[in-house]
Structures are given as C-alpha cells and as structure tokens.
Design a protein around this ligand. Structure first.
Ligand code: ASP
Length: 589
C-alpha cells in the first residue's frame, strides 16, 4: 500500500497515529540538522520532519523540490509557536520514521510552488507541471464541479446524455470546418462537428424529447483570448417547447449552480434581466452587455437635431446618429487624456470624439462651443450627467457609434473599477435578426444558423425585406460575454427550404448538404428548440481568469499549436499515400 492517508487530510485528531504518505516535495529546508519538508499531494500540504541521521530516514536529506517520496511517521502536534494557521494541516506535523524516494526529479523549468508569472509558452510546453500549480489545480476542479453539477441537474429533470459522432458532415455554424480525409473512400472527407446541431435536432425527430451532451466542438477560426480550435459546450435540445421553456432550463441550471457551488459569487438579479437584441444595441452598443454597471448609451439625435455644429448636422443628414455615454467624475480629464480617448475612438472606426466636461467652473470640452446651454440642459436631463462628469459623444453611422461607445464604456469599466468581479450578471438577449447581409459575398447569411425559426409574423418579409425578419434566437450573456446561443428550430420542411433558398443555396446543394435533415422533417418532426452554453467561457468567468486557456487542461497556444506534443506536425509519406494525398505547399520564403 503506497499510503494510508492523504497529505491534506491530517488533523489534530490523527495525533499519535502512524501514517504513510506519498507525494511531491513542495518545499524543503534544513534546520539544526533536521530536514523539514512540505509534502504535497492533490489534497494539500503537510509538514514532515525527519532526522537524516536515522538510517531509515537518511534518504530525506537528498530530496529536492518535486521529488516523489513515500514517508512513514507519527503524527504529532507542532511545537508551540510553530503552528501555521494558514494551512489546514498547520497544527500538526509528521515525525518521519522511514523515507523512500519513489522518484527523483530534474530541476524544473517552472516553479510549481509559487504563482509567479511564467512565460505562457513554457507553461504550455510543460503543461503537466503547470497543472501542478494550485491555481490551475483549482480551475480544473472547478471545471469538474461545474460539469458534474450540469449532469446531475439535467439528469434529474429527465434529460438524457447522448453522444454524437465526431466524424460527420459540414455543420453550418458559420466557421471553417476541420476536415478528415477518408482512407476507405479516397478523395472524400469527414468534417469534424462545429457543434452537434443537426444531430441533436435529429434526436428530437427520434423522440428523445430532452437531450444534452458535454460536447466538443471544432471550428477552424482565428484564435482570440476566449476562443480555441476545440472547445466544449453544454449542448441541449428539448421537444414540444417554446422559447421560455428553454430559457427556464438555462436560468434554473445556472442560478442553482451559482448558489450551490460558487460560494464567493453573487447573482446580480434573479429572475435574470431580458432585453431584445435591438434594445441591447441601443442601450449598450453591443449584443452581450455587461450589466454590472450603468454608463448606458443615450441617443441625442433629437436634442441635437438643430445643432449648428456642421459635423453633427452632416451625420444626421446622412442617416447617422449622435450618441453619448457619461463617464462619472472624469470632467477634470486633461487635454492629453481626452486626446488618448479620441485616438482610441478612431481605432474603433469612429471619425472623431467630442466631449463636454461639466466642471464646477462651467461647461468645458471640445463640444462646448457648438452646444447651446439649453441643449446642455436637455442632455443632462436625459443622461443624468452631473457636475464633475465627462460626456463623450460619437456622431457617426449607428453601427460605428454603437461599437465605439460600447468599447469606451468597457474601457471606463476597467479604468474606474465599475464592475464587481464577484457579481455574475446573467441576462437573456432575445429576438435576434434572422439574417445578416454579407457585403463581401453580396449574399444573406444566417445570423445564428439556418435551422433557427423565423418569427411567424415575419414570414411575408422573405419576399420583401429579409433584413427585417426577426428570429426566435436568444443568447445567454454574462458580464460582457456571450455565454450561450440557442433558438427555437424550424420543424417544417417548407420553411426550412425557404431559408436555404434565401441563403442562396441551390437545390442540389441543399440536397447534398442537408437532404437528410429535410427528409427527416417530413417524417413527423416535433416542434423543438435548445441552446448551447460554452463551458470554457463560463468557467473562465467563474474562476476570474483572463482567457479560456487557463481553464482547459491541455489548450492550444494563440497560434493553434499544441506546443507540448508539437502538433500539428507533418504526416509520414506512408500515411499520405494511404490517404491519396499529395502536398502542394507554398514556397518557403
Ligand atoms: N449549435 C448552436 C451553437 O453552437 C447552439 C444552438 O443553437 O443550440 O451556437
């Protein structure tokens, strides 16, 4: 038997017992000829003390950080004054009677016993060492707890966990597919699933009624902090439901989760706020608002309609808007600080930034000379701006004004610490547009995915104005992140055809890509809907981490590489031959 106890479980109640422990040397020091070691296993640390002059203990003096030891000894109280109240095992220590080195360790490329910052490439190359660090360990445990909570919660409510294939066919989630060449059918490819979307809908046709899966999704996208080529979703789908039935499951699940397994976190509001996509864009400038703080966007186009300022006039004449946010207590910003905000605004695409500083000595700022006192008053009434505040105006096309002010709002959130990191502001954003016009390809794209149900009352707009068609799609947002998307699905093949046609898919293409779906819907498909919360992103937010790599055991780096195993890597000649693949690589520069 390697051990009788784990390191972290020992308490004063064990005093007098002889125990055998196994673990890593977290830290070691010599003191008056005696060796003190903090021995670590998954459960925690315990101090073990050994006299190397005793023959059975002598190996202890060789032990260095991260060596693996087995020690047998007696649990005893620490001497008075030597207790460590910061450690749950800090009242006791183990007096070693026997020490066996199970495995020595080379000096480590990164320190495990501190949380000092280490270059991320080194952390990823030696991920198995990085994962020994307490913070990473806690993140992985949190991940386990979240997933276990999901499984328990949904199983209790009649959901069945069903696996769906990894080798499948293109799923139109809007990203690029990862392809897998088929050896048995040369020249053909599987696509790795961007999500189990089609399969979960087919499970509804099969009558399973309530499905979920902790599903791996693969999308060949450019990477960002909150993106990875493979990521995990809680994929779920329900039959005979309306939108609110699906939202109730999501809201119930995450509300209960926060209450039961995230003791340090607090929900901003329960029930969660709901707003339409249009309202979210108007008030926050984006469709994933951080609701932990105010600083909402205000539309001032009406108040400034008669402004003498040419810039404002021109923007309004061209169908643009004048919108603003109010930065509390920032009226004393210097010229330089305002210039920096202007540069930032231009980086977001705005042509410029105008400001109004409401100082105790009167109104100042770049817009002061163009805005009449009555207009200032009207602006204050609408926005609630007070003395000492700075009003920031963007006059531009609506999308640019929204994007810029939304970015400025988040900049002030971080600068002025306006958002409590322990608050979880879940909310639902509803009624997304069904289609987006793709200027580049001059065609309509599905804003969510093509299986999303358009609002019934908008069906006539297919012929007149597709941009005005709303859908039964919804997002779950949390603290400024989109944390789930979902929708009520099309279950009628005639509507599905209409959507595919509007997306510009030819009949043969519809048949070859989605024939199985269209056909399935002709065999009695129940009305159904679902959603897919992103597990990595949620855990990142629960853990307060800056990116999802910190909550994934073995993530890829920013360039999509696994630097530990060195993947992707070239295939052998033989492998390529078997797959009938010839490489046509770009010339090396
Ligand atoms: N499959 C969708 C996605 O990955 C989610 C859903 O509609 O259920 O975004």
């Amino acid at each position: 038997m390697y051990r009788t106890h784990t390191c972290g479980e020992l308490r004063p109640a064990h005093i007098g017992q002889t125990v055998t422990l196994a673990g890593w040397v977290h830290r070691q020091r010599d003191h008056g000829g005696v060796t003190f070691i903090d021995l670590r296993d998954r459960t925690g640390l315990v101090q073990v003390v050994g006299d190397p002059n005793l023959p059975e203990v002598s190996a202890i003096q060789d032990a260095r950080n991260e060596w693996v030891l087995q020690v047998t000894g007696m649990v005893r109280p620490r001497p008075a004054g030597a207790e460590n109240p910061n450690l749950v095992t800090g009242a006791i220590e183990v007096a070693v009677q026997k020490c066996v080195v199970l495995n020595p360790a080379k000096p480590l490329p990164l320190a495990v016993n501190t949380d000092e910052t280490v270059d991320e490439n080194i952390r990823l190359k030696y991920r198995y060492l990085d994962l020994r660090r307490e913070r990473m360990y806690n993140n992985i445990v949190l991940r386990h707890n979240v997933v276990k909570f999901i499984r328990d919660y949904l199983s209790e409510r009649g959901f069945l966990e069903i696996e769906t294939p990894m080798l499948f066919k293109t799923t139109p989630e809007g990203a690029r597919d990862y392809l897998v060449p088929s050896r048995l059918q040369p020249g053909t490819f599987y696509a790795l699933p961007q999500s189990p979307q089609q399969l979960k809908q087919l499970l509804m046709v099969a009558g399973f009624d309530r499905y979920y899966q902790i599903a791996r999704c693969l999308r060949d996208e450019d990477l960002r902090g909150d993106r990875q080529p493979e990521f995990t979703q809680l994929d779920l789908e329900m039959s005979f439901v309306e939108r609110d039935d699906v939202l109730a499951v999501g809201e119930g699940l995450f509300t209960a989760m926060v209450q039961e397994i995230l003791p340090g976190k607090r929900l901003l509001a329960s029930p969660w706020p709901r707003m339409t996509y249009t309202e979210s864009m108007e008030r926050y400038g984006n469709d994933k608002p951080d609701l932990r703080f105010g600083m909402e966007l205000h539309n001032l186009s009406d108040i400034l309609a008669a402004s003498e300022f040419m810039v404002f006039q021109n923007v309004l004449k061209n169908g643009g808007v004048i919108k603003c946010i109010v930065a509390p207590g920032c009226a004393d910003y210097t010229r330089k600080e305002v210039d920096e905000l202007t540069t930032f605004s231009k980086e977001q695409g705005a042509k410029g930034l105008a400001t109004l500083a409401l100082t105790a000595e009167g109104v100042k700022g770049t817009a002061q000379k163009f805005i009449k006192p009555a207009e200032v008053e009207a602006i204050q009434t609408r926005t609630g701006a007070q003395t000492s505040d700075l009003v920031l105006f963007i006059a531009d096309s609506k999308p640019v004004a929204n994007k810029t002010l939304s970015a400025l709002r988040l900049l002030f959130r971080d600068r002025l610490n306006l958002a409590d990191p322990n608050v979880l502001a879940f909310a639902w954003v509803l009624d997304f547009p069904m289609f987006e016009y793709n200027e580049e390809d001059k065609k309509w794209d599905a804003a969510h995915h093509p299986f999303t149900m358009p609002k019934m009352e908008d069906l006539p707009k297919f012929e007149t104005d597709p941009s005005q068609i709303l859908s039964d799609a919804y997002d779950m947002v949390l603290n400024g992140y989109e944390t789930a998307s979902g929708s009520i699905r099309i279950h009628r093949s005639d509507i599905q055809q209409k959507v595919f046609q509007l997306l510009g898919l030819k009949d043969e293409e519809i048949q070859s890509k989605f024939g199985h779906m269209i056909e399935a819907f002709q065999f009695g498909a129940p009305p159904h809907g679902g959603m897919a919360p992103g597990i990595d992103r949620l855990i990142m937010l629960f853990a307060g981490e800056p990116n999802i790599r910190e909550v994934i055991a073995f993530p890829k780096n920013q360039a999509g590489r696994d630097v530990m195993a060195d993947a992707p890597s070239p295939a052998s000649e033989k492998q390529l031959r078997e797959l009938h693949i010839k490489l046509d690589l770009p010339e090396e520069k």
